[in-house]
Design a protein around this ligand. Structure first.
Ligand code: ADP
Ligand code: MG
Length: 237
């Protein structure tokens, strides 16, 4: 297997008269962390929906490890190793933190190393002391980490995170940077983010979307200095 993990070419998506994504191409290398930024309505979540298999693009192609994904059912995307955390948490609120991780295992994954795997995940998430706590009782930031952990339980090759730090305190945001940076090289990660301090701290290659298109892509240090990006987005921060 050679080359990029995922290659999306010329994706288009429309809802009625609204063009949500228009001619977006994106190449993700193995082990890379990519940030996607852009104003509300830029088409970021729609792009994720297409990459994760929840929406089928009107046109364009998505290749993942030399396989064409367009038209495959959602469960195939997951089986191939594409995991996604939604903007809105979807935890099993009355179940314990531990059990939330257990149920997030892929079907048929009940091997004897389960306890080790869950234990390791609790440690990665900084939730070891909260294993028996009901998910609903966790503070907001920890709920988000648990959800990331649930996505990680299937050991994905590609993890898609839509605004993981929304509503977090700055301390929680810093810890989320550490959590995601710690996953570098174990998988490819794409993060949609609004918090520029987060993107700066992660120092990731960054793609900027505006009105359904990619208007800039490159190291965040270059993106921050880009005049067009400043005009359409960063200037408003
Ligand atoms: P972002 O995540 O960058 O804020 P979205 O991808 O959510 O942007 O939305 C892009 C555009 O597509 C917006 O104009 C939004 O209103 C529209 N849109 C997104 N999803 C739908 C949908 N399911 N039905 C109708 N319009 C949608
Ligand atoms: Mg969105």
């Amino acid at each position: 297997m050679t080359g990029a993990l995922m290659q999306a070419e010329d994706l288009h998506m429309r809802f009625g008269g609204v063009t949500a994504v228009s001619g977006v191409s994106l190449t993700l290398e193995r082990g890379e962390i990519r940030c996607i930024i852009g104003p509300n309505g830029a088409g970021k979540s729609t792009l994720f929906n297409m990459l994760a298999g929840t929406q089928r693009p009107i046109s364009g192609s998505i290749r993942f490890e030399d396989r064409d994904l367009i038209g495959l059912p959602l469960h195939k995307f997951a089986a191939l190793g594409i995991a996604r955390k939604f903007q809105v948490p979807s935890l099993f609120s009355t179940m314990s933190v531990y059990d939330n991780l257990v149920v997030a295992r892929p079907a048929g994954g009940g091997s004897e190393d389960e306890a080790i795997h869950v234990g390791g995940m609790l440690e990665t998430l900084g939730l070891t002391g909260d294993a028996g706590v009901a998910a609903a009782e966790l503070p907001h930031g920890q709920k988000q980490w648990l959800e990331i952990g649930m996505a990680l339980m299937s050991r994905p090759k590609l993890l898609l995170l839509d605004e993981p730090t929304a509503g977090m305190t700055s301390d929680e945001t810093h810890r989320t940077v550490d959590l995601i940076a710690g996953l570098r090289e174990a998988m490819t990660i794409v993060v949609i983010e609004h918090d520029m301090n987060f993107v700066r701290a992660l120092a990731c290659p960054t793609t900027v979307m505006h009105q359904g298109r990619v208007i800039a892509s490159g190291p965040f240090s270059d993106i921050e200095r880009d005049h067009t990006v400043r005009d359409v987005y960063l200037g408003r921060q």
